[in-house]
Design a binder for this molecule. Structure first.
Ligand SMILES: [Zn+2]
Ligand SMILES: [Zn+2]
Length: 195
């Protein structure tokens, strides 16, 4: 039983990563949700509630445990019930490190696309100070959902924060301070514990 609990806990973190990435479930009806596969971007898994949750993915089929898709749907329903949309937005932005360049608030929303000769850029508006801005791509997207998911994975495999930072650098050529990774993990854990 302990084994099952451990396996489900790991999937809980992955589920959180799915939501943090912005892959929120699509509700078909009250009992049916679609959620993107994390390994194949063209594929979606159907998560259904009858007496209990089921999912189409192999993890659920073969192991009969709550897979990350089921947990993402549960978490999403729970989040929607308990948090205001603003909280979700702020958390999402904080994880992605999208913050106002004027007042450092994470309470920002997307505000159209700015086009110039270099191409298109996402523009944001700060809900606290009201200013609009675009992000320096290096600064703003340093921490995307993929890196966070990878960090969490490595952390639960027992790697040290420095080793995780090193692995990210080896694979992606992106330098992330181990204190940043510590912040992500703490943030995730506190959110997950409060659910
Ligand atoms: Zn699944
Ligand atoms: Zn601001």
């Amino acid at each position: 039983m302990k084994e099952k609990e451990n396996m489900e806990n790991i999937r809980k973190i992955r589920a959180y990563c799915i939501l943090a990435k912005g892959d929120t479930p699509k509700m078909i009806n009250k009992e049916t949700f679609l959620i993107p596969s994390q390994s194949n971007s063209n594929k979606k898994y159907k998560v259904t509630f009858t007496n209990t949750w089921t999912c189409e993915c192999p993890d659920f089929k073969y192991r009969k445990i709550k897979c990350k898709h089921i947990q993402a749907v549960e978490m999403w329903i729970h989040l929607r019930q308990t948090l205001m949309n603003n909280d979700i937005l702020e958390l999402h932005n904080e994880i992605q490190q999208i913050k106002c360049i004027y007042c450092s608030s994470f309470n920002v929303v997307k505000d159209g696309i700015r086009k110039n000769k270099h191409g298109k850029k996402q523009r944001y508006r700060c809900k606290d100070c009201g200013k609009r801005f675009v992000l320096d791509p290096v600064k703003g997207h340093k921490a995307n959902g993929k890196l966070i998911a990878l960090s969490m994975d490595l952390y639960f495999k027992g790697l040290s924060l420095r080793k995780i930072a090193d692995t990210i650098y080896q694979f992606y050529g992106i330098k992330i301070h181990h204190d940043t990774i510590r912040r992500w993990i703490n943030k995730f854990m506190s959110r997950i514990k409060s659910m």
